[in-house]
Design a protein around this ligand. Structure first.
Ligand code: GDP
Ligand code: IMO
Ligand code: MG
Length: 425
């Protein structure tokens, strides 16, 4: 029977383990598709070796699966070509099964330069430095250059000249010299030739696949709380990382998404600036970081760590329309005597159960915890539901009931096989 078209979406601030869950589920699907974000994503898959994917969808390690980079993704050609090359050198061929939307916007080196300047001289968001904000800014300002523009040489030159002139004015405001237009144009022409084998009308491709009864796995990047509309604005990324981004990011109707699998860690992490109510800026947080190897897959930055936040989780379940959950990193909490879950916030005398939009209010919120008994490290050996220690089972049941969604997958290690599929979900 055909598998329902499913979205794997992160419910926290990113790095929930979306890549490993996508890789795990991919064999049940015909296509794996990215709909937003760009090289800011770092999706890790541990098979025999470790792979970290930034732009290529996490289905690529399965040779029969087609992978699509949709129009909503912003693509740095150098990064994509480098990623393709690295996959090839490690025995993963992408030829004939990686498709890049002709409508996707391109990230240029000046986007990365501006990202760095805005971070060092403006308000610090703690970005990944991959040029994401400046590229999406150009897209919305109708200044962006799309993949398709690379193949109409005169148009490319005119458009690029306009963009470069506008960037030169902006760079001057940061006391930076002008860009090398000829060099940028030359690089774009070289990229055009190298990207050509992958460029496709992915809107048509996806419509035909869906109409033809193929099943699609949508892979979200970043996390729901980093969504530009629904996250902790302005400490967010510049795209719709929730399921709300799928239709616009791929050119398909919302009803094409038939199931939503929300991915959460058994605790919470965040990279970069911004409010994080359950953060543990103390040795307990350090312990989670070291045990979970919580260092950024894209930038290597230490991730901020804290307890599971069910207020944020409930909000993310609601906005994404989550049907079932995957809980990752249950092994990382192994060996902790007591484990906390935040069930609500308190602000002064007020109880808060809905995730606040106002950041100053969110910053003032004090998490209210329940405490559960911990479990041992042996959990990493569990492969079946009846091998989950009773304390961990209580934790899972509590998370499921607080979030209002059943748990389908439990992950107890980074390796592809370190999972437990729960029945009845
Ligand atoms: P993504 O961005 O959501 O794909 O997640 P990342 O790849 O950035 O971060 C998740 C990290 O946790 C990676 O290093 C994974 O290899 C690792 N990982 C995934 N699931 C588990 C798990 O259940 N246990 C442990 N210990 N590590 C995991
Ligand atoms: P994956 O897909 C975690 C964060 C950055 C910063 C903010 C804006 O691996 O879960 P940006 O470079 O997007 O302009 O940065 O968003 N961020 C992520 N954090 N995982 C990610 O991706 C992230 N992508 C962006 O740290 O706070
Ligand atoms: Mg990541």
């Amino acid at each position: 029977m055909k598998h329902p078209n499913t979205c794997v979406v992160g419910l926290q601030w990113g790095d929930e383990g979306k890549g490993r869950i996508t890789d795990l589920l991919a064999p049940q699907f015909d296509l794996v598709v990215r709909y937003q974000g760009g090289g800011n994503a770092g999706h890790t898959i541990v098979e025999k070796d470790k792979f970290i994917l930034h732009l290529v969808p996490s289905g690529i390690l399965h040779p029969d699966i087609q992978c699509v980079i949709g129009n909503g993704v912003v693509v740095d050609p150098e990064l994509l070509l480098q990623e393709i090359q690295e996959l090839k050198s490690r025995g993963v061929s992408v030829a004939g099964r990686l498709f890049l939307s002709e409508r996707a916007h391109l990230v240029f080196p000046f986007h990365k330069q501006l990202d760095a300047l805005q971070e060092s001289q403006g308000r610090k968001i703690g970005t990944t430095g991959r040029g994401i904000g400046p590229c999406y800014t150009d897209k919305i300002a109708r200044l962006g250059i799309r993949v398709v523009d690379l193949y109409t040489p005169e148009h490319l030159e005119t458009r690029l000249r306009q963009v470069v002139e506008s960037k030169n004015r902006l760079l001057a405001s940061y006391d930076q010299g002008p860009l090398d237009f000829a060099g940028i144009l030359e690089a774009a022409r070289t990229d055009a030739a190298r990207l050509a084998p992958y460029v496709a009308d992915t809107v048509k491709l996806l419509h035909e696949a869906i109409a033809g009864g193929k099943s699609v796995l949508f892979e979200g990047a970043q996390g729901s709380l980093l969504d530009v509309d629904l996250g902790t604005y302005p400490y967010v990324t510049s795209s719709n990382s929730t399921t709300c981004g799928i239709a616009a990011g791929l050119g398909i109707p919302p009803r094409s998404v038939q199931k939503v699998l929300g991915v959460v860690k058994a605790y919470t992490t965040r990279v970069g600036e911004g409010p994080f109510p359950t953060e543990l800026a103390n040795p307990e947080g350090d312990r989670i970081r070291e045990k979970g190897k919580e260092y950024g897959a894209t930038t290597g930055r230490p991730r901020r760590c804290g307890w599971f936040d069910a207020v944020a989780g409930r909000y993310a379940v609601m906005i994404n329309g989550v049907d079932t959950l995957a809980i990752t990193m249950l092994d990382v909490l192994g060996g902790f005597e007591r484990i906390k879950i935040c069930t609500e916030y308190r602000c002064g005398n007020e109880r808060i159960r809905d995730f606040p939009a106002d950041l100053s209010r969110l910053e003032a919120c004090q998490p209210q915890y329940i405490e559960l008994a911990g479990w041992s490290d042996a959990i990493s050996q569990a492969r079946q539901a009846d091998e989950i220690p009773v304390q961990a089972k209580t934790f899972l049941d509590t998370v499921s009931s607080l979030l209002g969604a059943p748990i389908e997958i439990v992950s107890v290690g980074a390796h592809r096989d370190h999972v437990i599929h729960l029945k009845g979900s």
